[in-house]
Design a protein around this ligand. Structure first.
Ligand code: HEC
Length: 114
């Protein structure tokens, strides 16, 4: 009885680090993709957490123009997928898989990120 208990403890001690060390979490992967989505990082325009940011300010025809990337943390999943599979005026077009878009959505919509 005691022998089996010792075996289990040893197995646990050796196996656990093997299983956990080399793998990155779903959130770590999603965060990496957010700043490097095979193209310009989403963070460059939408901010580190998708909160939205001012891209640039300039004057045109004597008017001040503020170019902004919207907050994307509260966008619905449908709208998020739609935005990443269509063309925009300012935002570049990406060629991401459904899984990648899903990861990006997970990252920006998650309450527990970072
Ligand atoms: C060059 C700046 C820029 C980059 C880079 C960028 N976006 Fe955008 N994004 C915008 C702007 C500006 C809009 C508003 C639509 C437009 O004018 O293009 C937008 C719109 C969106 C929307 C739609 C928001 C809504 O309310 O419907 C989503 C979702 C989105 N972006 C997600 C992303 C993700 C995810 C990435 C990275 C893969 C990304 N964007 C990269 C600038 C950017």
């Amino acid at each position: 009885m005691r022998f089996w208990l010792t075996c289990n403890v040893l197995l646990f001690l050796f196996i656990t680090p093997l299983l956990s060390e080399d793998f990155i979490s779903k959130m770590e992967y999603a965060k990496m993709l957010y700043s490097n989505p095979r193209g310009i990082g989403c963070n460059k325009c939408h901010g580190e957490k998708g909160e939205g940011a001012v891209i640039s300010k300039y004057s045109s025809k004597n008017r001040d123009v503020v170019l902004e990337a919207p907050n994307i943390t509260t966008v619905s999943k449908e709208r998020f997928f739609q935005a990443l599979t269509s063309q925009h005026r300012v935002m570049p077009t990406y060629f991401l898989t459904w899984q990648e878009i899903d990861s990006l959505y997970y990252y920006v919509s998650s309450e527990v990120k970072k």
